[in-house]
Ligand binder design. Sequence first.
Ligand SMILES: N[C@@H](CCC(=O)N[C@@H](CS)C(=O)NCC(=O)O)C(=O)O
Length: 219
Amino acid sequence: MYRIVTGDKAYSSWSLRGWLLLAAFDLPFEDMPVRMYDPAFEVLKAEKAPARTLPILEWEEDGTTKRVWDTMAIAETLHERHPGAGIWPDDPDHRAVARSVAAEMHSSFAALRGACPMNLHRAPAPLEAPPEGLDADVARIAALWSWAVAQTGGPWLGGAAFSAADVFYAPVAFRFQEYALSGPGTGAYIARLLEHSAVQQWIALAMADPRRLSLYDRE
Ligand SMILES: N[C@@H](CCC(=O)N[C@@H](CS)C(=O)NCC(=O)O)C(=O)O
């Protein structure tokens, strides 16, 4: 049984990734939700040091608590521990595609990430003053999605089955929807991703939480 420490579900894009890495692959877990930016959040981070961001994956083994943070480390650790779960595609060529696009998500797209934070409460609307670089990020993401689907046969980025590559882009799909962003061919993939049953579960949890964080509001 795993434990995943997650932040506010409407806003914490990285928590969504960590949570999906368990929920979408039928791994047993309990969610430990925390309120980001409350005093208790700082206490929790001190307790979990050197981890200092969410999500944090934990489990008990050999009488100790094992702890892994950062979503790429969580993906690789869960894949190593559950090689049959389908976190990465079985086919090595498809796995290479999936890992490449997920890693690029993890390390790139600063304009999109900075200007368009995930906010499931936002009524879809474009930014009034989009920053330089946003169009280039959107175009690059659209190109990566269509390249990955062409390489693997789709309809998911890693091929026939939902994989960690799709997990990494789930918050991007929300951002495209919330800020009315699109590129060639992005609509069908976004619709598929947002209809995934685990993503739908996350949306339901987010909508059931009354807390609002104005920090994530953008004009
Ligand atoms: N690269 C990290 C990023 C994690 C991250 O920045 N998490 C945010 C929440 S979405 C966080 O914990 N922010 C609180 C803080 O930085 O104090 C990952 O993949 O997990």
